[in-house]
Design a protein around this ligand. Structure first.
Ligand code: HEM
Length: 503
């Protein structure tokens, strides 16, 4: 008895001692270096230049101070990491601590219905149930297969637009069509029914307006009590935008609710259907309509802009490098011949060159140059520095994918990196075995849409190249300069001549 007591006593004392020691250690560590001499004033310089300003500011800061820096925008530091080993250590090896999200700023609170979305939710039971619902009910491979008719419908519309009713080649602003196509597809997956062009355009309008207005409304979050008084008009404008979004999405949600409640059998399940009956475990209640609007909005934004942006970058590189496009077309012909009709998903599995082109597109031009902000659930250590609880930490996706230590000539588009032995198989795009590129993030917060996104990218690139030869337009040559919107887009949108392969 006395021995047992002694063992328990010693173990408890030891763990208490270790706990205190670790606490002391992590809290006595310094914060990562701050490039600003005057912490709060410095960021104003790049805030006035938008996200593009932040990017060049970070590049200089990392160059000067190393792969982990901190910047003070509010009272808690924002930490930025550009090193792949540190990213792996935090996101994968220490995922339980590094997977939280910071508390929402006032405008995000409204957009996310108080953090009741997957991307904004704190790391806990509500986030888990929302994420599991999306992955198991909508993004599961068998469910994704059931949407193949929708992908084909959208492809036909897209190709018709490129043909523009005739056989003569036309010049197209590619991204406009790609964006509309991705909206048509995601709106269908979200609300179940094929909507007409007018309705899809309405959804696209309210969603894009929300995405593009982030910089305009971000000022409202600095001292909101003050801005509610002095910037009242801008607050009204912001709230009006949210109301108009609800006016477009709510009728679609309500009509779906009727279908679910009438227990009609035999229809393909949509995302809204899965949300209607979902129970929130912590609050022991179902989602309200406002929360369903936020979740639908998240689904649409997450799956459209990112994919359309990546598609545009890939097509731009195929236009700029006709020899890569021709090799891709040769691969397509070798698998399916020159017959009419779409390339089916099964056939894409026999196209390694296609996959290599898509991966190189994501490496060289990741749609997001940073992840969404992460936060730690307790004080933590990274790279010898302290990461304080509730501070934000983010990872530089673009710098990691362009690291010259890993990628030879990183700014060149070289799809052969991913071909053959030591190629694609050697790069684990999920980052779980080690990070070389993280266009979808890594660890517990990794993009749950990774499978769907890869499918959409491969499917639309392959079918667009099968139907058309994409050529540079004289006077409108491909320019790979970047511009920061919600994602990092082409500063000069791709214009290309779509020449039908069969007339
Ligand atoms: C090329 C297309 C896409 C890219 C490059 C992309 C990239 C990303 C990235 C970088 C993150 C942040 C990860 C982090 O914070 O650690 C993310 C999160 C997320 N993505 Fe995607 N994504 C794409 C497509 C999609 C699609 C098709 C969907 C679903 C329809 C989707 C749904 C989400 C959601 C819900 C989150 C939040 C995850 C969480 O916080 O747990 N994404 N995505």
């Amino acid at each position: 008895m006395a021995t047992w007591f002694l063992i328990v006593f010693v173990s408890l004392t030891l763990s208490l001692f270790l706990h205190l020691l670790l606490r002391r250690n992590s809290s006595s560590l310094p914060l990562p270096p701050d490039p600003n001499l005057f912490p709060f004033l410095g960021p104003f310089r790049w805030l006035t230049q938008g996200f593009g300003g932040l990017r060049s500011f970070l590049r200089t800061a990392h160059h000067r101070l190393g792969p982990i820096v901190s910047i003070r925008i509010s009272f808690l530091p924002s930490i930025f990491v550009s090193d792949r080993f540190l990213a792996h250590k935090a996101l994968v090896l220490n995922g339980a601590v590094f997977s939280d999200r910071p508390p929402a700023i006032p405008t995000s609170k409204i957009i996310t219905s108080n953090q009741h979305t997957i991307s904004s939710g704190s790391y806990g039971a509500t986030w888990r149930i929302l994420r599991r619902n999306l992955t198991s009910e909508i993004l599961h491979p068998s469910r994704v297969r059931s949407y193949s008719h929708a992908r084909r419908w959208v492809l036909d519309t897209l190709l018709d637009r490129f043909r523009n009713g005739g056989e003569e080649p036309i010049v197209v602003v590619v991204v406009d069509h790609l964006r509309y196509a991705m909206f048509s597809l995601l709106v269908l997956m979200c609300f179940g029914d094929k909507l007409d062009e007018e309705q899809i355009k309405q959804v696209e309008f309210v969603q894009r307006r929300e995405l593009l207005s982030f910089p305009r409304f971000s000022i409202l979050n600095f001292f909101p009590n003050f801005t509610k008084f002095f910037l009242r008009k801008r607050w009204d404008e912001f709230l009006q935008m949210r109301r108009e979004q609800s006016e477009v999405l709510l009728p679609l949600i309500r009509s779906r609710r009727k279908i679910v409640e009438s227990e009609r059998k035999g229809y393909v399940q949509s995302y809204v259907d899965t949300l209607i009956d979902l129970e929130l475990p912590e609050e022991k209640r179902k989602l309200n309509e406002n929360e369903i609007v936020s979740l639908c909005s998240e689904f649409l934004n997450a799956g459209t802009d990112t994919t359309a942006t990546a598609l545009e970058w890939i097509m731009a590189n195929l236009v700029k490098n006709p020899e890569i496009q021709e090799r891709l077309y040769d691969e397509i012909k070798s698998v399916i011949g020159e017959e009419e009709g779409e390339i089916e998903e099964e056939e894409m599995k026999k196209m390694p060159y296609l996959k290599a082109v898509v991966l190189e597109g994501l490496r060289r031009h990741p749609p997001g140059h940073l992840l969404l902000p992460h936060s730690v659930s307790e004080d933590a250590e990274l790279g010898g520095f302290k990461v304080p609880k509730k501070g934000t930490i983010n990872f530089n996706v673009a710098e990691i994918g362009r690291d010259p230590e890993v990628w030879e000539e990183p700014m060149e588009f070289k799809q052969e990196r991913f071909v053959g032995e030591g190629g694609e198989a050697a790069v684990d795009i999920t980052g779980s075995r080690g990070i070389k590129m993280i266009p979808f993030g890594a660890g517990r917060r990794i993009c749950p849409g990774i499978g769907l996104a890869m499918l959409h990218l491969e499917y639309y690139v392959a079918n667009m190249v099968k139907e058309f030869e994409w050529k540079e337009v004289e006077g409108d040559e491909v320019d790979l300069s970047e511009k920061m919107e919600f994602t990092v887009v082409m500063k000069h949108p791709l214009k290309a001549l779509a020449v039908p392969r069969r007339r």
